[in-house]
Design a protein around this ligand. Structure first.
Ligand SMILES: [Fe+2]
Length: 250
């Protein structure tokens, strides 16, 4: 995940022009370089989430920047920062679906926390079932195991269907990143091909307060979709129970 970047490079990159973090760096750089670096990317995360929530940043730009940030965070540092090893035994691995727990995230003094953090876990062969999203953006880091990751653009919608265009179809391993928003790669589907498999999720909801709801998820039947000549899929909207029945366990 660090792609060969040194801790110093990661730190300098994450710092940007954030004055608070520069102060922290000056105070703590010599005493605790790793802790300071974690505070730097935690602050950058909080800032990006506050900016997209405050409509200073387009969701697609949040996706790009938050993925760029986490691509430079060493996976071992992320695992430690979210207490993964402590939380892992408490994540149940149900027979027919994924489970999720709330994850801690380093607090940065003076920074608003306008995002949620979760860890999803599942046995091999279980899935985060195919679904789209409204009024939210999220980023996902694979922590352990391996997934078959698929994303789709939401091209259009009809009362009973979503029109989708496949956008990502790849194997996703520890350290790999993906993200969704109303603007890009809106529908996703993760099947655990090696398990148990876990993801860390960073979530911002209520991006457009005028819409009257904070966020929505819409499950779709991808395998049963009508494949059209232009490459799009006409996928039936299904409820959560049907999604679990069709896709929770392969
Ligand atoms: Fe999702």
């Amino acid at each position: 995940m660090s792609h060969g970047a040194t801790r110093r490079e990661v730190l300098m990159w994450a710092l940007g022009s954030h004055a608070l973090v520069r102060t922290l760096l000056a105070q703590e750089a010599l005493a605790a370089p790793v802790r300071t670096e974690v505070q730097a990317w935690a602050a950058r995360t909080a800032q990006l989430c506050a900016d997209v929530k405050g409509r200073k940043l387009e969701p697609r730009e949040w996706q790009r920047q938050v993925e760029e940030l986490f691509a430079r965070v060493p996976l071992t540092d992320l695992l430690r920062a979210i207490d993964f090893n402590q939380l892992r035994p408490g994540i149940s691995l149900p027979e027919d679906r994924a489970d999720a727990v709330r994850a801690p995230f380093p607090h940065v003094e003076g920074m608003p926390r306008q995002f949620g953090t979760k860890i999803f876990g599942m046995q091999q062969g279980r899935a985060i079932v195919p679904h789209g999203h409204q009024n939210m953006a999220s980023m996902h880091v694979v922590l352990a195991g391996e997934f078959h990751l698929r994303h789709f653009e939401r091209v259009d919608e009809q009362p009973g269907h979503l029109l989708l265009r496949p956008s990502i179809d790849r194997t996703s391993r520890a350290g790999d990143l993906s993200s969704i928003s109303d603007q890009r790669d809106n529908v996703h589907w993760l099947v655990a091909t090696k398990g148990p498999a876990y993801t860390f999720d960073l979530i911002v909801v209520g991006l457009e307060p005028d819409r009257g709801f904070d966020w929505r998820m819409e499950h779709v039947d991808i395998d049963g979709a009508e494949r059209r000549k232009d490459g799009t899929l006409r996928a039936r909207r299904i409820d959560f129970d049907e999604a679990i029945r069709l896709y929770g366990k392969h």
